[in-house]
Design a protein around this ligand. Structure first.
Ligand SMILES: Nc1nc2c(ncn2[C@@H]2O[C@H](COP(=O)(O)OP(=O)(O)OP(=O)(O)O)[C@@H](O)[C@H]2O)c(=O)[nH]1
Ligand SMILES: [Mg+2]
Length: 360
């Protein structure tokens, strides 16, 4: 029987989580995540993620305890980041790929990072993240973006949610994000492979492709090839040559192509017709094999883990700084002094840092 868990049901579970004592339940939560039957496991994952997203200090302590307990069971998935402008077809593609992978015996988790929700509380991805067939498949778990917090905070929650899904045995985790703001970087920094989706006409206007984002891409996918196959082929050629100009690309057979390392490639497909999904997965496996053999996959994860730690230290320090009573007192006066040019910004900063350290 398929397990249906739409957003209202999810919300009901979330509110239930807040009415219960985490203290009494976190170890049973852990057991349900690690060994639970499909439905209890799903509920346990939802509860765990809600616990992780809670901003209450006591919840955070329990969330850390839960994460520590789950950690030995994490890391066994392939983490795939999918980015692209609104409407490029990310969700349609994730649905097609997810169903294909379930057919191969995988279990698929889908998480989203929606930068708009952190600003407005609203959501670009919103209801459209609902993937009709995937969301009712018991081999899939779909979780929308946390709807509040800074991008850094949302990224942290998503990373943690990814660990919970891995502990629950999902062996492919996809993170979808729209190509606005810094969210692509956040997603590239938490995944093993970063995929950039493009429309067939994007090749005509390379301005539309941000150079920085192109440099993050391990694979570029031209979607909607069904609408105009010739345009898709042209876009593929154009993006391939621009990758080469950026020094990122060695087309197989090209003089600078080294078969021992991965060079970003461009493929075309139709997410709507689920055409090309199998060759996409072939590329992913090729990438994974090369990165594993060379040790780059493990190195990328280690680098990401340390970067995550430092990012959180930075954020924690900044927050503690802003909440420090003496700093709060001093801030308006020094801000004004800097605005009026009476004090150098570096002097103001130094004064406040000394105040924070209790040395002023
Ligand atoms: N013809 C065609 N239409 C497609 C294809 N892939 C997606 N679409 C359509 O494009 C529209 C947007 O698709 P989504 O999958 O919602 O796009 P998205 O990138 O997830 O959009 P956001 O979540 O809003 O950023 C939908 O109407 C899809 O049916 C494709 O390969 N071919
Ligand atoms: Mg979408």
């Amino acid at each position: 029987m398929p397990v249906t868990l739409d957003q209202p049901a999810q919300a009901a579970i979330d509110s239930e989580v807040f009415s219960m004592s985490f203290k009494a339940s976190w170890s049973s939560l852990q057991a349900a995540i690690l060994q639970g039957e499909a439905l209890p496991q799903r509920r346990a994952i939802a509860k765990a993620i809600t616990l992780l997203e809670s901003t209450r200090a006591d919840h955070r302590l329990q969330a850390d305890e839960l994460l520590t307990a789950l950690l030995p069971h994490t890391g066994n998935s392939f983490r795939l980041g999918i980015s692209g402008v609104p409407g490029v077809g990310k969700s349609t593609f994730i649905e097609a790929l997810g169903l294909y992978l379930i057919g191969l015996g995988h279990r698929v988790a889908v998480l989203t990072i929606d930068p708009s929700s952190t600003v407005s509380g609203g959501s670009i991805l919103g209801d459209k993240t609902r993937m009709e067939l995937l969301s009712v498949n018991e081999k899939a778990y779909i979780r929308p973006s946390p709807s509040s917090g800074t991008l850094g905070g949302v990224a942290e929650k998503t990373r943690e949610a990814m660990l919970v899904c891995e502990a629950a045995g999902f062996d492919v985790v996809m993170v979808e994000t729209v190509g606005v703001g810094q969210s692509e970087t956040a997603v590239a920094n938490m995944t093993d492979m970063f995929v950039l989706m493009q429309l067939p006409n994007a090749g005509d206007d390379l301005q539309a492709i941000k150079k920085g984002v192109m440099e993050l891409a391990d694979l570029v996918v031209i979607n909607k090839a069904d609408i105009d196959p010739d345009a898709a082929t042209r876009a593929r050629a154009q993006i391939t040559s621009s990758l080469r100009l950026l020094g990122l690309h060695g087309e197989p057979g090209h003089a600078h192509h080294d078969t021992q390392i991965w060079h970003p490639q461009v493929i075309q497909l139709s997410a709507l017709l689920a055409q090309g999904v199998d060759s996409f997965w072939g590329k992913v496996l090729e990438f994974k094999a090369l990165q594993t053999t060379s040790g780059k996959l493990a190195a990328r994860r280690q680098k990401q883990a340390l970067a995550w730690m430092w990012e959180r230290i930075d954020a924690g320090l900044k927050q503690a700084f802003a909440q420090h009573p003496a700093v709060k007192n001093l801030l308006p006066e020094l801000t004004q002094a800097v605005l009026e040019g009476r004090m150098a910004p570096s002097t103001a900063a130094r004064n406040m840092l000394l105040t924070h350290a209790g040395q002023a």
